[in-house]
Design a protein. Structure first.
Length: 324
């Protein structure tokens, strides 16, 4: 998955609080082989130390110290059988605390998980679909049959879970491959989806945060074309750019036609954290940097998660002060 797409409320510029995102483990790895996998680029699943109970504890302790904006499971594949206990712990804790919780899935196991998801009632599920054609999607994602399973899962989930859980499709826009997505709006309308998120392809940096891969002016042109196609089918398109790497507001000054694009960044007062299965945690746009041995690690029972997140929150400020 890319890191984007799971803000629980699309348009809440005044929102504030901690946005806790999670990578859940799978002993055998993900069932797909996407070349752009952010988790693989970040080398996130080196070891597994945390248990489902630890994840629930992390959320509860974090909530004691500062308001939680939302929770989101963003990878590997949260609906694989071996990942489900972790997913369940996160969504269940969110439900218990009354915090919006969501997940990104590749959709291949969605049909099987519908009953469980009905009980957990996430606020949002984003299913990854990168083309209207099965051949292209399966080639990008590295598994024949992935597209058909995801589309079937979406149809079943829309019937069983909407409207209390909002179903969304999320697509990666690859550089110079807009044509992969041109027919998506009519597919989405046909399968009962009215919200579409596009994530421009991201790269992960080594020493510093990465960002979008494509040339920005070409990217904006492609997004305008896709937005118009979506509008014609009654689909609301959102471009996720959590860390404002696209500089949409600034680009609108020189090209007012770009104001038509609905580009969403994280609200200013929302801090995003990403916890991996070994307890390492990144904050802000460090999420687009590779993990290293130095990435801070939360060890349950030795430090309160609220204090741990406070330490992370202060770290970039200290680094900024040093650079100034
Ligand atoms: S489905 Fe997601 S987690 Fe799995 S390989 Fe693809 S991008 Fe990575």
């Amino acid at each position: 998955m890319v890191s984007s797409g799971l803000q629980p409320q699309p348009d809440q510029p005044d929102a504030a609080g901690q946005f806790l995102t999670f990578i859940v483990p799978s002993a055998n790895g993900c069932n797909l082989k996407c070349s752009f996998c952010l988790i693989r680029q970040r080398r996130e699943i080196a070891e597994i130390y945390l248990s489902p109970d630890d994840l629930a504890r992390f959320i509860r302790e974090a909530a004691v110290c500062a308001p939680l904006f939302a929770l989101a499971v963003q990878g590997y594949e949260p609906l694989l059988p071996e990942s489900l206990p972790f997913t369940q712990a996160i969504l269940g804790t969110g439900r218990f605390l009354g915090i919006p919780a969501s997940l990104v899935t590749n959709g291949t196991k969605l049909a099987d998980a519908v009953s469980l998801l009905a009980a957990l009632a996430p606020s949002k599920i984003a299913v990854s679909l990168d083309a209207a054609s099965a051949d292209i999607h399966d080639r990008i994602r590295g598994l024949t049959g992935a597209w058909a399973a995801a589309v079937r899962g979406i149809r079943i989930a829309v019937d069983a879970l909407a409207p209390s859980t909002r179903l969304i499709v999320s697509s990666v826009l690859l550089p110079s491959r807009r044509h992969y997505l041109d027919a998506m709006p009519s597919l989405l309308r046909e399968i009962g989806i009215d919200r579409w998120i596009i994530n421009p392809l991201l790269r992960v940096g080594g020493d510093q945060a990465g960002g979008p891969v494509a040339d920005r002016s070409r990217l904006f042109r492609d997004l305008l074309i896709l937005q118009e196609a979506a509008r014609r089918e009654g689909i609301r398109l959102t471009v996720d750019d959590e860390f404002d790497h696209l500089g949409h507001d600034a680009a609108c000054v020189s090209d007012p036609s770009l104001r038509a694009l609905h580009v969403r960044t994280l609200p200013t007062n929302v801090e995003i954290f990403r916890l991996t299965p070994n307890g390492q945690c990144s904050v802000g746009d460090d999420i687009l940097k590779q993990e290293t041995f130095d990435t801070p690690r939360w060890v349950p029972g030795t430090v309160h998660a609220g204090d741990f997140l406070e330490m992370l929150r202060r770290k970039p400020q200290a680094a900024r002060r040093q650079r100034a």
